[in-house]
Write a protein that binds this ligand. Structure first.
Ligand code: ATP
Ligand code: MG
Length: 454
């Protein structure tokens, strides 16, 4: 009790001091201890400092520690060039072409080290016709490095040796106030890099902090600039959102700000479909929960969920027009993926997994003969089954189907035999005789489904 009281008085008496243009915030004020920094990051800052360089923990890690969160990783900023960094550490390699960074390895931990950079002056800057920066990798000093960063909370430098934080843009106060504020003029900063608009949404959702009003205001009118951003970067950012552990808030926020157009364009449509919204919300909540329990989530599973009701709609349309179910499913999948690709290209290797998950959904309906056993042997059975459970939870299919599979997969051989459903209308026999020419059975043509989907 007394200790706590003394600590509080002590903290109050501690003050930040100015060094050049930086506010230097002492440990007594911010309370982030050296012990909270990862083993590898300490090795890197200590090693570089011992060789006469400056070195700080920077960016997301400092921000997260101030917000009492566990950082995902610890990035280091230094005045040493990549070559100089590499010379200090035994296991280090330079990566990246545009931004040359160094990865220093300590067992499992990889610490990313970047040399201070500066923003290139307006007249020298290479931008596209919309003002987007094409190059910003000139080396600079610490102050310049702070100015090129996106948000004040992301521009704090922590020195583990002195346990001080260097703050050039009021990021310490903003973080304490739970405010995400862009550095500089928001119009200029979004023009330089429109992805910052998405980062604003993601970081505020993930950290549960508010977007400063001036930071949020221009987004509505500037969102069109996202159209000029290379696909790969957009996809990266969307994945970060989906895998942030706060995907639900991120997507809701994106929608609220009308930023989802051109990213996941099909979301518009999906939300208008009767069960689409519920399904997606469940899928996102489920993902967030898995991440909070340190379970893995696959991007393909998520994309499969996001696009599922589009696939269903396209499939239904074709079946109503008299196409056969399995063929219709293949075409529906290709159509939806092609449409999505025009906006935001999901990598081909994800396509294959998405298709497997989608195709399995038809096979879950088949509960007679050998078919359920074959389905169980599918390498992605688990993903397909999890997907089925989401469909049950959203009301798209009867819970009974999910419960059946839940029991069947772990049941004894005797119980499994008992559970199997009778072959319907002699369909199996007909299929066996003429499997390819007359696939009259709704849902499954196993010869098509069993092939690996390329
Ligand atoms: P996360 O916890 O999601 O990793 P982060 O802030 O660490 O969040 P990173 O993408 O790892 O995000 O970026 C590291 C740092 O690089 C940021 O904290 C920020 O200072 C800077 N940064 C990243 N992207 C941009 C950008 N588009 N414009 C300016 N600075 C950026
Ligand atoms: Mg980071």
């Amino acid at each position: 009790m007394i200790k706590k009281f003394l600590k509080r008085v002590f903290r109050k008496s501690a003050k930040a001091k100015s060094v050049g243009n930086a506010q230097v915030i002492p440990f007594k004020l911010h309370g982030v201890a050296r012990e909270q920094i990862s083993y590898g990051a300490l090795k890197v800052t200590d090693g570089l400092q011992a060789s006469g360089y400056q070195a700080y923990v920077v960016g997301g890690a400092v921000r997260d520690l101030l917000l009492n969160r566990i950082p995902k990783d610890f990035d280091i900023a230094t005045d040493a060039t990549p070559e100089e960094v590499r010379r200090v550490f035994r296991r280090a390699r330079i990566i990246g072409r545009r931004f040359r960074l160094v990865h220093v390895m300590f067992g499992e931990e990889v610490v990313e080290v970047s040399t201070f950079r500066r923003m290139i002056e307006a007249e020298d800057a290479q931008t596209d016709e919309h003002g987007r920066l094409l190059r910003d990798n000139e080396f600079g000093d610490q102050e310049q490095d702070a100015a090129r960063r996106d948000f004040t909370a992301n521009a704090l430098f922590y020195d583990p040796a002195t346990q001080e934080i260097y703050d050039y843009h009021g990021g310490y106060a903003d973080t304490r106030d739970h405010l995400l504020r862009i550095i500089g003029d928001p119009l200029v900063r979004y023009r330089e890099d429109p992805v910052r608009m998405l980062r604003a949404v993601r970081l505020s959702a993930k950290l549960g902090i508010k977007l400063d009003a001036a930071t949020a205001a221009p987004i509505a009118e500037m969102k069109g600039l996202l159209d000029n951003v290379p696909q790969a970067r957009l996809l990266d950012e969307v994945l970060k959102m989906l895998l942030s552990g706060h995907s639900l808030e991120c997507i809701q926020q994106l929608r609220k700000m009308n930023l989802h157009h051109g990213l996941l364009p099909l979301l518009d449509v999906i939300w208008e479909q009767p069960m689409g919204e519920k399904f997606i919300m469940l899928a996102l909540r489920n993902t967030d929960e898995r991440l909070s329990q340190d379970k893995t989530v696959s991007p393909a599973f998520l994309f499969a969920a996001l696009l599922w009701h589009e696939v269903l709609a396209a499939w239904n349309l074709r079946v109503q027009q008299g196409e056969r179910p399995v063929g219709a499913m293949h075409e529906a999948m290709d159509e939806v993926l092609a449409r999505q690709r025009e906006q935001l290209a999901i990598p081909h290797r994800q396509d294959a997994v998405m298709k497997e998950i989608w195709l399995m959904q038809q096979r879950f309906e088949q509960r007679a003969g050998q078919r359920p056993f074959r389905l169980l042997e599918q390498p992605r059975f688990r993903a397909g089954f999890d997907f089925l459970l989401l469909r049950c939870a959203s009301g798209e299919v009867d819970d009974e189907l999910g419960l059946w599979w839940d029991e069947f997969q772990d049941a004894s051989a005797a119980r499994q035999a008992e559970m199997l459903q009778p072959e319907g209308d002699g369909e199996k026999k007909r299929r066996r005789r003429k499997p390819r020419k007359k696939p009259e059975v709704p849902a499954v043509d196993e010869s098509a489904v069993d092939e690996p989907v390329a």
